[in-house]
Design a protein around this ligand. Structure first.
Ligand SMILES: C[S@@+](CC[C@H](N)C(=O)[O-])C[C@H]1O[C@@H](n2cnc3c(N)ncnc32)[C@H](O)[C@@H]1O
Length: 223
């Protein structure tokens, strides 16, 4: 029995669907994805004033650098991560003037009251972190979380902001390779329209040429 428990602990440390895998990376310091602050691409976007403050959910938020960035701009931010370490780090780094609701949860198990509740879904290196077999499920989730358009009131649908990385074709992961045609298909068939795509000049050096900023708008009514 004990041996079985140990075996399952070892295997869950390699299972991207389990918080144990991510917890182990944070504890060992093998969390090389962490930029120690918000990405310059989102800093520019947040400062542009193009998107007016509203409710935002950040999926796979890690230490919450990007969540706090948007909270500082007046967005009402909810940050989700299932790693207890990441949740503790978000609490440690919390800023009283930029409050973030920290939710330690598997993003695939968010409560129904989160549905149709957000003006924005934001993510960076989350799509590439989940099991690639769950990408359809992930796109369903984003579609469900975002506010639907309301043609009667003339209100547009919510916005999905994804700094898509890594745009290559390597085998294995995480990070698992990401392809733009796959993302366009996943979100296109759920009624999202592409508002913007941009190869950012201000990506961090090691990610230059490997990422693209994608901004979609939900244009289908979710029911
Ligand atoms: C590659 S890290 C990126 C963290 C952060 N976005 C950043 O850029 O620093 C992926 C994060 O997603 C979290 N994560 C992975 N799968 C998850 C899931 N199913 N539910 C909630 N969080 C998840 C991990 O715990 C980890 O913190």
């Amino acid at each position: 029995m004990k041996q079985n428990q140990e075996q399952s602990q070892v295997s869950s440390q390699h299972d991207v669907n389990s918080p144990n895998k991510w917890e182990a990376d944070y504890e060992r310091g093998t969390d090389g994805w962490d930029l120690n602050g918000p990405t310059a691409v989102f800093k520019r976007l947040a400062a542009s004033g193009r998107f007016k403050p509203g409710s935002m959910i950040v999926l796979g938020a890690g230490r919450g650098h990007d969540a706090r960035l948007f909270a500082r701009q007046g967005f009402q931010v909810t940050a989700v991560d299932f790693s207890p370490y990441a949740a503790r780090e978000m609490q440690r780094l919390a800023e009283p003037d930029a409050p973030v609701q920290i939710v330690q949860s598997d993003l695939f198990r968010l409560p129904p009251e989160f549905d149709i509740n957000f003006d924005y879904v934001l993510e960076y290196t989350c799509f590439c972190a989940i099991d690639p077999q769950r990408r359809e499920e992930y796109a369903d989730l984003v579609a469900r979380l975002l506010r639907s358009p309301n043609p009667v009131l003339g209100k547009p649908g919510g916005i999905y902001i994804n700094l898509a990385f890594p745009l290559d074709t390597h085998k294995g992961g995480p990070p698992y390779a990401v392809s733009l045609p796959e993302i366009f298909t996943l979100f296109g068939k759920r009624g999202f329209s592409l508002l913007q795509r941009e190869i950012p000049a201000d990506s961090v050096a090691q990610r230059q040429g490997l990422e693209e900023l994608l901004i979609f708008q939900a244009s289908q009514i979710f029911s």
